[in-house]
Design a protein around this ligand. Structure first.
Ligand code: DOR
Ligand code: ZN
Length: 346
């Protein structure tokens, strides 16, 4: 049996780092093994302008461990008052790698997001012109739509009309959780990629709800039926260049998860690569882990893969902390529910 695996250093194409004490605690968990990450802008207040992104980048750099080679790739939070010129300048200077679309009210800190997609048309057209990708939280917020259907309905009501209206716009459908999302990405002519998280490869909605509610498995988009999880595993392990890793590792301190109205988010940064390797091994696809975690993402973004490599070794079960302590309280690490055998050699 294979017991070592060397791959180009992976990147995370969707990551929440937060700010302040939580940033300082969680950043080393990602920076340890990942080369780069697309950093989500849903802070309070959100990262809307180039100036906001530059200031946030400074705070991230200040929180990086000494000697770390990790590169944060910054994003802007799209609002209905976003200025196309500011976005274009942020792109031209190399400060931002993508813009994020949150439908208003769809998830954590999305209240400043977009209510009427027509109102951001000038920004999206400008992004298409300059080749700046749009990362999309693909869920409708219509209260009449069942939460398990919100991704599929978003494709029909928002994403497909948007892509038809601005076909040159490069779009990442983030954290895909349904077969519908996978099929939509596969059917697109070009310019559409999809990220898949680690936790959606592992849990379905039963993990969240059977035998008691498990707040640490609650995330958005919410985990779906088993058939969707299996479809996600098939897509991630297929080598298809349109699919790549975006962990959506989303730390919330336990007090905000284990409560009557808990926040959405699974914190996977600590064990993401070990869990992924386990999944790919079970699927007989270890030889395709590098495509998913290290090659397909940079290819979509027009970037080179990381120049260096990491090596995973297989052995006795990996020990990892159940929680990461932060100055604001503990953050629980995602429990995949099975032992992990692959560790990153250091
Ligand atoms: O589970 C999630 N957590 N989904 C999101 O879209 C946002 C994220 C967060 O910021 O906590
Ligand atoms: Zn996210």
């Amino acid at each position: 049996m294979t017991d070592t695996l060397t791959l180009r250093r992976p990147d995370d194409w969707h990551l929440h780092l937060r700010d302040g004490a939580v940033l300082r605690a969680v950043l080393p968990e990602t920076a340890r093994d990942f080369g780069r990450a697309i950093v989500m802008p849903n802070l309070v207040p959100p990262v809307v302008t180039a100036a906001d992104a530059a200031a946030y980048l400074d705070r991230i750099r200040a929180a990086l461990p000494e000697g770390s080679g990790f590169t944060p790739l910054m994003t802007l939070y799209l609002t209905e008052t976003t200025d196309p010129d500011d976005v274009a300048a942020a792109h031209a200077s190399g400060l931002v790698t993508a813009v994020k679309l949150y439908p208003a009210g769809a998830t954590t800190n999305s209240q400043s997001g977009v209510r009427d997609i027509d109102r951001v048309r000038p920004v999206l057209e400008r992004m298409a012109e300059i080749g700046l990708p749009l990362c999309v939280h693909g869920e409708v917020t219509d209260p009449a739509v069942d939460i398990f259907d919100r991704e599929a309905v978003f494709i029909d009501r928002v994403l497909d009309p948007l892509r038809r209206a601005i076909p040159e716009l490069r779009v990442v459908m983030e954290h895909i959780t349904t077969k519908n999302g996978l099929d939509y990405v596969r059917a697109a002519p070009a310019g559409l990629g999809g990220t898949i998280t680690v936790h959606h490869l592992v849990i379905n909605r039963n993990h969240l709800l059977v035998g008691g509610i498990r707040p640490h498995y609650y995330c958005l988009p919410v985990a779906k039926r088993e058939e969707h999880r299996l479809a996600l595993r098939a897509a991630a392990t297929s080598g298809d260049p349109r699919f790549f890793l975006g962990t959506d590792s989303a730390p919330h301190v336990d007090a905000l998860k284990e409560t009557a109205c808990g926040c959405a988010g699974c914190f996977t940064a600590t064990n993401a690569l070990s869990v992924l390797a386990e999944v790919f091994e079970v699927e007989g696809a270890l030889d395709r882990l590098e495509a998913f975690a290290s090659l397909n993402g940079p290819a979509f973004y027009g970037l080179a893969p990381n120049p260096d490599t990491i090596t995973l070794t297989r052995g006795a079960p990996v020990e990892y902390p159940a929680r990461i302590d932060t100055g604001d309280g503990p953050v629980t690490v995602f429990d995949p529910g099975f032992p992990l055998h692959w560790r990153v050699a250091r």
